[in-house]
Design a protein. Structure first.
Length: 143
């Protein structure tokens, strides 16, 4: 009777090495897909944030040019070195209700890394006898 009892009973008390390798392989493959999906979401969020910032900067430049208190000399000064004249358009920018004092302050308020570069571009000054076309701002992420 004891022999019959032991024949139907298995003596396994753990997993075989093949089973463990299969499980680890499946988990590795799923992790690779998850990391790829996470990186795509992060990159898409960066692009959306950059696009929103470009739109904000374009609107600020337009407001600067169309403001009646802006003189032609101020527009020409802005066009002479747009990236050095952030203060000219800063009054027209609000991030969460706060006016940024500098480009670095804008990056902090937007939650962008310090390595992000912002190029403002020129504004159209043909009506003032200038030669600059309207150039869209650009936001570049660097590592």
């Amino acid at each position: 009777m004891d022999a019959k009892y032991y024949l139907g009973r298995t003596r396994k008390r753990g997993f075989t090495m093949v089973e463990l390798i299969v499980v680890v392989t499946v988990i590795s493959i799923l992790s690779a897909f998850a990391i790829g999906a996470y990186n795509k979401v992060v990159n898409d969020a960066k692009l959306a944030k950059a696009s929103a910032l470009v739109s904000t900067l374009s609107t600020a430049k337009t407001a600067f040019v169309t403001d009646r208190s802006t003189s032609p000399a101020e527009i020409q000064q802005f066009n002479s070195a747009p990236d050095a004249n952030f203060a000219s358009i800063a009054p027209y920018i609000r991030v969460y209700g706060v006016q940024p004092a500098s480009e670095d302050d804008l990056k902090k308020l937007e939650g962008l890394p310090a390595s992000t570069s912002i190029a403002l571009g020129t504004v159209n000054d043909w009506g003032l006898g200038g030669s600059n076309a309207d150039q869209a701002p650009t936001v570049t992420f660097t590592r």
